[in-house]
Design a protein around this ligand. Structure first.
Ligand SMILES: [Fe+2]
Length: 386
């Protein structure tokens, strides 16, 4: 059967994209019958004007609110449970997430825990959430995670030290207010890390074995936008035009991966984030070439399409040379963005590799990787990333 005939669904929330989108939060909350709002954010956002602006638009609509901000960079199960307790005790009936992936994933978790009255870890896997969340509005402040349009939430099981993936339509936000202005607060490092997270989302969605015509359109356009704008943005952090292009690239990557899912890079990065609490975007970036090298010959035409979209001239090269050209281009892009770490520099020990690989192979993102790896394959890829 031709790929265009495969059964595929495409789920996305209502989203408003553009300058000032975040200031519509009060009106949307009111339309969704909010009485009291739980704002879920993190310590990094607490001192920024964008929180004050959100409070102001809620006050304008005569809405009460409570703020929950006890969230780690890799949001933990107990933080979700504490947030749900605050939601219930304060008698909130709507959630607004303001921040990057951590507050948004935590907010999604708080929503399903408060409606289902079960522990967050009970929802692990695909379609394991019986009841939908209370209304959820997401305002992303990074151009990378795309949790604001996705049906994914990644939560740390703090006892087993493993990140679990919850994938459910019940966690697609009701509204995403995507305002590129919010990303002006990111420094060079965060801009680079979140940008590479988004780039990996588009790569993995495009080569995913659950991809479709619609997800491919978004994935490739996202590759184009992010790969051509990430370096200019890092060197001109206050440029709103560049920030807008990165935000659009991140949005398109999110639309693609939320529906086509991800792959081995994310499975291995989740494992690193769970065991060693490493930064998500940086973990993805450091694994990128190693996983592409492993996957390449399963779907060479797809990787070559990505290479062309990134502007590479592959004429006259053998397939091996084309692969090397793509890998070198990614390494150069990372070096120029200042993302040139490896597992050793990140403090990973070779003794950790076996347990990292065992966790990665059980991550749901691995199911859609174009090549099915063994534990030994994953161990070898981690070794190559030292
Ligand atoms: Fe990611």
């Amino acid at each position: 059967m031709v790929q265009e005939s495969y059964l595929r669904k495409f789920v996305a929330p209502e989203f408003i994209y553009g300058s000032g989108a975040r200031l519509l939060a009060g009106r949307y909350a009111k339309n969704l019958a909010a009485k009291k709002v739980l704002i879920v954010t993190d310590q990094g956002i607490m001192n920024l004007n964008i929180l004050g602006d959100l409070e102001e638009v809620l006050i304008e609509q005569n809405l009460e609110y409570e703020i929950y901000s006890s969230i780690s960079p890799n949001p933990r199960d107990e933080e979700v449970m504490d947030g749900a307790a605050v939601f219930n005790s304060e008698e909130c009936n709507l959630i607004i997430a303001l921040g990057g992936g951590s507050p948004m994933d935590c907010a999604k978790g708080i929503g399903i825990v408060s409606s289902n009255r079960e522990h967050i870890l009970d929802f692990e896997g695909v379609d394991q959430v019986p009841l939908p969340s209370p209304p959820l509005i997401c305002i992303p402040t990074t151009a990378g995670t795309s949790a604001d349009v996705s049906q994914f939430a990644i939560i740390l099981d703090s006892i087993k030290k493993v990140k679990i993936a919850i994938i459910s339509k019940t966690m697609v936000p009701d509204v995403a207010l995507i305002d590129p202005f919010t990303t002006l607060t990111m420094d060079k490092k965060l801009t680079a890390h979140t940008g590479f997270d988004a780039l990996v989302h588009s790569f993995e969605a495009y080569v995913s074995n659950a991809s479709s015509h619609i997800t491919n359109l978004h994935a490739l356009d996202s590759v184009r936008l992010i790969s051509s704008n990430i370096l200019p943005t890092i060197h001109d952090l206050q440029n709103q035009k560049l920030r807008s292009k990165m935000m659009m690239g991140s949005l398109e990557a999110g639309l693609a991966f939320s529906n086509a899912s991800l792959g081995l890079i994310h499975a291995m990065a989740h494992s690193l984030g769970g065991l060693l609490d490493l930064a998500h975007g940086e973990s993805n970036a450091l694994l990128m070439e190693h996983v592409i090298d492993y996957n390449f010959y399963s779907v060479p035409e797809k990787y070559l399409k990505i290479a062309r979209v990134m502007g590479l001239n592959l004429k006259g090269l053998s397939l091996d040379e084309k692969k090397d050209s793509l890998l070198k281009h990614i390494t150069d892009l990372k070096n120029q963005a200042g993302v040139n770490t490896n597992l050793k520099k990140m403090g990973v020990s070779k003794d950790d590799i076996h347990s990292l690989a065992l966790k990665a192979i059980n991550d749901p993102c691995i199911v859609t990787n174009p090549r099915r790896p063994s534990v030994e394959d994953i161990e070898e890829i981690y070794h190559n990333a030292f």
